[in-house]
Design a protein around this ligand. Structure first.
Ligand code: ATP
Ligand code: MG
Length: 571
């Protein structure tokens, strides 16, 4: 490809509405353009990256015994009613009507359709196990589409679904997929961690997420993983051992004290000259429209996914000042937020840290007052609701638990019979007994993986694509295209590399060398060969983008090095 012909426009500045590096760089380097919130065009460079990821995914899924199909993007309401998800899926499900007033939706995922496909075809135990996958655009009307391709509304996903006769079969396929995913991300040149993403509760669902490890501020999630043992979990599910702290407030006498203007834990702790670890914090949440009091030791915070799971609700949010006032009024109190305490008759849940509190300090639903020397009210529901924080200890081995950023690029789930039961998708077993399939599902965000690669591999000048998923392997830059020697060497290298199967770009533009170098770094070609002044002496410059290393070598050496690297990658 000649750079002058490449359909690309790099921008001088980062776009102003982009918050994360991958979004900024993919726009600026000419990979994507925004059409509407969370909806992007994938320009030719991006399409090449996506295709490479898709090829790796296809090769590894096929090698693992899965078969590719393609299901419809538009799906009828009836199917979603069979599974019961038309009601519960919420606003992320984009619903529409056809000209006959028939309700449909845009596929956000395909459990319903695949279960219907299987139901029509898999009638006997002899037809299993089977694993079917597709690569397709999905649509989810996300509450907060942001971060470019990391959380779009329309995005590309690989989704696979397995069908087995029993749990043992599913367990085997789950392992098979876990291994396959590890290979896929390794081949993409990405460091991932497989982390537990279920609650771990017995009888609960089993699932794992694959997280690309990034700097802490570029991920959407925090990941905790132990360097000493195999513990790894994302912040939604991580648990930890707490270092010892004092949880006895030492207030022997129970009394109500004035605590003016102590709306925050910090203000209260300072005013009473105590540690937050001897204060009971009471938060008001709205869980599926009902108020819930959530208690936790005040030096710790609530992890909302854990809270949602513990309460068994679908939606959760912190109550507004207005809603807190309303709750106070209803129970005969008149306290401002910051002075809330336990209330009898209101649904209450407490984090495990609350159990250890003694002679502590708590709100009593009166503005500017607290109780010292408080003791615990009767609490019927304790659960682990705590957000793990840096400095806490590994739950398995007790060593300090490091925290890092992570982006979920894939996940695997043991669905069991959830869909086959509700949709009556059954087969006949060896004894001619009718049984529901035992299912698993396995997703990979193709477009998110591309963006995650940028998050993991970049510097201030641009993208440093892993060789396996780079849009092109190398760029050749003649510094002065008026110079016959330079252009001749560049053209020759260009041909040689292409003949050897290397995807090369020749920067034939009439531009200053500085501009060409900047673009090469921004776009992220893994290798750059520069034919400049030394060309007359038969030497070129080879730059490796990932390390920044620049070497002066012969053109033959430069091309053979690039060819070797590409061969080693199998690209
Ligand atoms: P998340 O928790 O990030 O919303 P999810 O649990 O909804 O993800 P799945 O429904 O299991 O994800 O989808 C499978 C994969 O699709 C995810 O692992 C992720 O890589 C990708 N994915 C999900 N939602 C989006 C999105 N809005 N934009 C881009 N990729 C996405
Ligand atoms: Mg989601």
């Amino acid at each position: 490809m000649k750079m002058s012909k490449l359909f690309i426009q790099t921008l001088r500045e980062f776009p102003s509405d982009a918050e994360v590096i991958s979004h900024k760089m993919l726009i600026r380097a000419g990979y994507i353009r925004k059409l509407s919130s969370g909806i992007y065009s994938y320009l030719p460079l991006m399409r090449r990256v996506l295709k490479k990821i898709e090829t790796i995914v296809r090769e590894e899924m096929d090698a693992a015994g899965a078969q590719e199909l393609l299901m419809p993007f538009v799906q009828p309401r009836e199917l979603w009613e069979e599974s019961g998800r038309w009601e519960v899926y919420g606003k992320e499900l984009m619903r529409l009507k056809d000209r006959h007033n028939h309700e449909m939706c845009l596929g956000p995922t395909h459990e319903e359709v695949i279960t219907a496909v299987a139901r029509d075809s898999i009638k006997s135990y002899k037809q299993m196990p089977v694993n079917l996958y597709q690569i397709q655009s999905k649509f989810r009307d996300e509450v907060r589409p942001r971060y470019g391709l990391l959380r779009g509304r329309e995005f590309i996903m690989k989704d696979a679904y397995s069908f087995d006769v029993d749990q043992a079969g599913l367990d085997r396929e789950y392992q098979n997929m876990a291994k396959t995913y590890t290979k896929i991300f390794e081949r993409c040149g990405l460091e991932t961690k497989m982390v537990q993403s279920d609650s771990g509760a017995i009888g609960g669902s089993v699932s794992h997420e694959f997280m690309v490890i990034t700097d802490q501020d570029s991920g959407e999630n925090d990941v905790f993983y132990c360097n000493s043992c195999d513990y790894a979990a994302n912040s939604n599910h991580a648990v930890s051992k707490l270092p010892e702290v004092n949880t006895d407030g030492g207030f022997i006498e129970t009394k109500i004290v004035d605590t003016p203007n102590t709306k925050t834990i910090e203000e209260l702790a300072r005013f009473l000259n105590i540690q937050p670890s001897v204060i009971l914090k009471t938060l008001v949440y709205i869980a599926d429209k009902e108020p819930v009091l959530v208690l936790i030791r005040a030096d710790k915070s609530i992890e909302e996914t854990k809270l949602m799971n513990a309460l068994g609700v679908n939606e959760i949010r912190i109550a507004s000042a207005e809603e807190i006032k309303e709750l106070m009024r209803k129970h005969g109190f008149d306290a401002e937020p910051g002075f809330i305490g336990p209330i009898t008759g209101v649904r209450t849940i407490a984090d495990e840290t609350v159990r250890g509190l003694k002679n502590f300090v708590a709100g009593i639903n009166q503005t500017d007052k607290h109780m010292t020397g408080a003791s615990l009210p009767e609490i019927n529901h304790y659960a682990d609701l705590r957000l793990v924080q840096a400095g806490e200890l590994c739950p398995q081995c007790g060593k300090p638990l490091p925290i890092t950023g992570g982006i979920e690029v894939g996940n695997i789930f043991k669905l069991g019979t959830k869909y086959s039961k509700s949709m009556n998708a059954v087969f006949l077993d060896e004894n001619s007994q009718s049984k529901p399939y035992v299912m698993g599902c396995y997703g990979i965000g193709i477009s998110r993986t591309a963006a995650a690669a940028v998050e993991a591999c970049h510097d201030e000048n641009g993208i440093k694509w892993p060789l396996a998923i780079a849009p092109y392997h190398a760029v050749i830059v003649p510094v002065n295209i008026q110079d016959a020697v330079q252009t001749e060497i560049a053209e020759k290298l260009y041909k040689e590399l292409q003949d050897a199967g290397v995807e090369a770009v020749l920067d034939d533009r009439v531009e200053r060398a500085g501009v060409k170098f900047k673009d090469a770094d921004l776009i992220g070609f893994p290798f750059r060969i520069t034919a400049g002044k030394t060309a007359a002496d038969g030497l070129v410059e080879l730059k490796t983008r990932s390390t920044g290393e620049v070497e002066t070598v012969t053109p033959e050496e430069a091309s053979s090095r690039i060819i070797k690297n590409c061969k080693r990658q199998g690209t």
